[in-house]
Ligand binder design. Structure first.
Ligand SMILES: *[C@@H]1O[C@H](CO)[C@@H](O)[C@H](O)[C@H]1NC(C)=O
Ligand SMILES: *[C@@H]1O[C@H](CO)[C@@H](O)[C@H](O)[C@H]1NC(C)=O
Ligand SMILES: *[C@@H]1O[C@H](CO)[C@@H](O)[C@H](O)[C@H]1NC(C)=O
Ligand SMILES: *[C@@H]1O[C@H](CO)[C@@H](O)[C@H](O)[C@H]1NC(C)=O
Ligand SMILES: *[C@@H]1O[C@H](CO)[C@@H](O)[C@H](O)[C@H]1NC(C)=O
Length: 182
């Protein structure tokens, strides 16, 4: 399944995502917000890559039960080109149980779709990514998700003020903290 990616500026994307986090209702959905799995890079059934991918997803799912910071990565396989790299990241404010449930769903859903060597799936509470190349130090700026909340702001000036300070705070913390701080 191929969902077109939108080349909007990363700042806008981030802003939209934060808007979403702040304003969204607490409705929990098992549907993914976005799922990108290009059918241009596929593995063969019963291939070594598939075996490694299964191991990878199983380890990530299992690690999500013990993660304290909502993040884990893993590499399955020893020999290129069959190595599978993967990670998950849960939203900073979700419990370990909710993180685990989200990652578990994500690992199951990605295995149901057709044989893609590369995939990214987003839920409200977690993101799961895997690839046949290392993805750990590379931000993927080709995928962006913008979610518009249709509710009206009641106090616009106050909203802009709060939004500004929240964004400033995020920028400061994101650029100065170690990666595992929440
Ligand atoms: C990949 O998906 C596109 C769009 O759905 C389709 O046109 C194309 O035939 C698919 N390619 C393969 C190799 O399945
Ligand atoms: C993959 O392996 C299973 C179990 O060994 C077998 O039933 C199936 O036919 C194989 N599929 C392919 C495409 O080789
Ligand atoms: C995830 O699980 C694997 C395999 O059990 C282990 O080697 C790795 O250290 C775990 N990672 C984290 C972050 O818990
Ligand atoms: C990943 O898979 C694609 C498609 O099969 C291949 O072109 C590419 O070289 C692979 N990348 C690595 C690092 O093995
Ligand atoms: C938001 O405000 C506009 C203009 O006043 C109005 O038409 C619209 O119905 C409002 N939307 C909601 C969700 O209240």
């Amino acid at each position: 399944m191929m969902i077109p990616s939108f080349n909007i500026p990363i700042s806008l994307f981030f802003l939209s995502f934060v808007f979403f986090l702040i304003l969204s209702s607490t409705k929990v959905s098992s549907d993914s917000l976005l799922y990108v799995c290009p059918n241009t890079t596929t593995y063969n059934p019963n291939s070594t890559y598939q075996t490694n991918l299964k191991t990878l997803l199983s380890v990530l799912s299992s690690n999500s039960t013990t993660t304290t910071n909502g993040f884990s990565n893993f590499i399955a396989g020893l020999n290129p080109p069959d190595i599978a790299y993967g990670l998950f990241l849960c939203r900073g404010d979700v419990s370990t149980a909710a993180c685990q449930a989200c990652v578990s769903t994500a690992t199951k859903v990605v295995q149901k779709r057709p044989n893609s060597k590369v995939a990214t799936i987003w839920y409200e509470k977690c993101i799961l990514r895997y690839s046949n190349r290392s993805i750990f130090c590379y931000a993927d700026q080709t995928i962006a998700l913008s979610l518009v909340n249709m509710q009206n702001v009641t106090e616009f000036n106050r909203f802009v003020e709060v939004l500004g300070s929240v964004m400033d705070d995020i920028v400061t913390r994101a650029s100065s903290s170690s990666s595992d701080s929440r």
